[in-house]
Design a protein around this ligand. Sequence first.
Ligand code: PEP
Length: 252
Amino acid sequence: MSRKLFIAGNWKMNHTNAVAKEVLADLKAQVAGVTTVDIAICPTFTTLPTALEVLEGSNIAVGAQNVHFAANGAYTGEISAEMLNELNVPFVIIGHSERRQYFAETDETVNQRTKAALAAGIKPIVCVGETLEERQAGDTIKVVETQIKGAFEGISEAELANITIAYEPVWAIGTGETATPQQAQDVHAEIRKLVAALYTQAAADAIIIQYGGSVKPGNVVELMGQEDIDGALVGGASLKADDFAALVNNVA
Ligand code: PEP
């Protein structure tokens, strides 16, 4: 089963509108000919309108980095799916490990946020991954399975078709430490098996599973060459146009 690679950049809390405009115009030019890879950039909330404007009509989609599950209300600092929809944002990252670590996200809130995004027609990129301690204890698969079962509770197979999974071992995020292609492949294969068990083999064959954790132009080819790795969620190497363009072009 061939799946189209999906490479998304997560800018986290980086880049003002002025910088975003320059980086995205440069990136757009450098990947303009790419048709074999789906590309997205997830900038900050305040730079979403700039990103949507600069990238309109290009082959780069735009995503948000979070969405709240409530329609509106007393949730200081949060953004609703309706607000993202008003801007026509097609993707949203949900449950990134930094959200889980610093902002008390749980499998339950990830599930609620995923449902809110789906209900609004926004495609979630749902992040899962183990900490170093969990890997060293031999609990990687158990942890990832619990996160996926929690995140997908009550989500139908039809809805699943709009979800991307990002496997991001926490110990490899922003550390320069990458899972070896085999370590990543092993977990991706287990995730696909779990999706087959929870849904169907067809759903498992179709779902895009990105790898995230210090993906760079120099290691992307080997990682994307693994059977069950269908793309990447990229932090640091998505901040500069040259790096992200090289990363995409190396596998296009
Ligand atoms: C991420 O934040 O999702 C990520 C994978 O970061 P980095 O590429 O910097 O490790």
